[in-house]
Design a protein around this ligand. Structure first.
Ligand code: GLC
Length: 491
């Protein structure tokens, strides 16, 4: 165990269980627990949205956002971190402002730039107000993108910030936070930053680019994605900027919380099981089939739990569905997102009512039951920074079929029947045909019960917990500090 005792402030626009729309929230809610258990003083900060309740209030301070003088109220709660040694707690701070955050959803407002300019400014002021000056501020995605630059600016007038390092994690390069240039004024930054070598991006100001340009270290959530985004194909227009910072750009695969996601104890599934009681796992499958109205059978059950957006490869999945269904399988999908995909999958269910089940929406319980009851978990993503669904699926014994990209590529190795190696089925070309072919291979192994059971057992035994990755983050923080303070890294 690394016992470095770093002071870390992790900043994100969503943190599970308080606010969640995607994988970012899972990471922001679970990485801090692992960092705490490794001996760090880690705290987490996010906006206080209307839906968040159950907190104490610790104080307030003014924040100047361009012409507006706003008040930031600091609320607090905690995240419980269970370990064999007992329970410990990660402090959580909610930055509250009625004008910016007391609204019916988290994102997509006309004053988005101003809301997160306020948030970034308020994070620094909060540290000063609480007298908690971190060693490292760990920023996540565009909403936190200006914090690294604000730290440097602030250090000019307030020496406590001089030694504070920043780490910027890109969970998804597609969402960039690009806005008209007056956001610089809101942030109290000079127009000299409106420059291609600074934060200007195609005539706008980019929060994402700001994070990339000014953080001491940058990382993405898998090694492969950290390479992919340096190419025009995956770079979303920022590949040139990323190539310039290549020596400061790392890849660390996400983990999942092995206490929360444990088929042996998960209260949400029908019956608990481990790798050695796969017969019990089957009861979960039958119970799921019953619950969602599919015929109870031993046919391969293919599951999807996903945000229904372009990134996730749903166009090739839709195109492949008739061929996949011709392989005599059942299919269940849970997700929410673009209207187009919601309607297309609902139509599919109408067309194949006895083979296909579709649930549009968020449903944490059903999601777990799909991980525990499906045989195969499909994730045909066009691009995938890390992907979490397939990691949970593997832990619960559902074998992933993935496209060879990003974090999927780094965590799923193609199964080989002869050697018994591999933990899923991988295809490379982004096409319905390649996907169908991978499903065909999976289904043929499935029909060979001996091989399939061994594959399921071995896959459930793999380690995708935070253990390794949290240690890599601690190293990355030390790296950031080293660059900042030129301290020696411990061997
Ligand atoms: C984003 C990415 C996903 C990743 C998650 C957490 O949602 O699309 O691949 O797993 O962030 O890092």
């Amino acid at each position: 165990m690394l016992d470095t005792g770093l002071k870390i402030l992790l900043v994100a626009s969503e943190v599970a269980p308080f606010a969640k729309t995607g994988g970012l929230a899972d990471v922001a809610g679970s990485l801090p627990k692992a960092l705490l258990l490794q001996g760090n003083d880690v705290r987490v900060v996010l906006p206080r949205y209307r839906s968040i309740s159950g907190f104490n209030t610790i104080g307030d301070f003014p924040v100047q956002v361009g012409p507006r003088k706003e008040t930031c109220i600091v609320r607090t709660s905690q995240i419980e971190a269970k370990s064999p040694e007992g329970v410990r707690f990660v402090p959580v701070y909610f930055l509250d402002n009625y004008h910016y955050f007391d609204r019916e959803r988290y994102y997509m407002f006309p004053d988005e730039a101003e809301r997160f300019a306020f948030f970034d400014l308020a994070c620094l002021k909060m540290c000063e107000a609480l007298n908690f000056i971190p060693d490292v501020v760990h920023c996540n995605d565009w909403q936190t993108g200006f914090i690294p630059l604000l730290i440097k600016e602030r250090a000019r007038n307030n020496p406590v910030w001089e030694g504070v390092a920043s780490c910027f994690t890109i969970h998804n390069l597609r969402y960039q936070g690009n806005f008209p240039r007056d956001v610089l004024y809101l942030l109290g930054l000079g127009q000299e930053y409106f420059h291609p070598e600074a934060v200007e991006f195609y005539g706008q100001v980019s929060f994402m680019k700001a994070g990339i340009m000014y953080a001491d270290v940058i990382n993405t959530v898998s090694v492969t994605y950290s390479r992919e985004i340096q190419t025009p194909e995956y770079g979303e227009g920022l590949d040139g900027v990323l190539r310039k910072r290549a020596k400061d750009l790392y890849g660390i695969i996400n983990g999942i919380n092995y206490h929360e996601f444990d088929p042996k104890t998960d209260p949400r599934i029908f019956k608990n099981f481990g790798p050695d009681d796969l017969e019990v796992r089957k009861e979960n499958k039958y119970a799921l089939q019953r619950e969602v109205g599919l015929p109870i059978s031993d046919k391969p059950l293919i599951g999807v739990v996903s945000r229904l957006v372009d990134q996730k490869g749903l166009d090739i999945l839709l195109e492949a569905m008739p061929s996949i269904l011709s392989l005599d399988v059942e299919f269940i999908l849970l997700g929410t997102g673009d209207k187009f995909y919601e309607e297309a999958f609902s139509a599919l269910k109408k067309r194949y009512p006895d083979r296909v089940a579709v649930f549009i929406g968020f449903n944490g319980v059903l999601a777990q039951r799909i991980y525990a009851g499906s045989d195969i978990f499909v994730m045909p993503s066009r691009f995938e920074p890390c992907g979490l669904g397939h990691l949970i699926a593997m832990r619960y014994g559902s074998i992933p079929i993935v496209r060879k990209t990003g974090g999927l590529r780094d965590t799923v190795m193609d199964y080989d029947r002869d050697s018994g190696t591999g933990n899923g089925f991988v295809f490379e070309e982004y096409s319905a045909e390649a996907l169908t072919e991978a499903v065909r291979r999976a289904v043929s192994v499935y029909r060979d019960a001996g091989y399939w059971q061994r594959l399921v057992r071995d896959t459930m035994g793999l380690d995708f917990s935070w253990n390794k990755s949290a240690a890599l983050y601690t190293e990355l923080y030390l790296e950031a500090l080293g660059r900042k303070r030129r301290v020696e890294r411990p061997a």
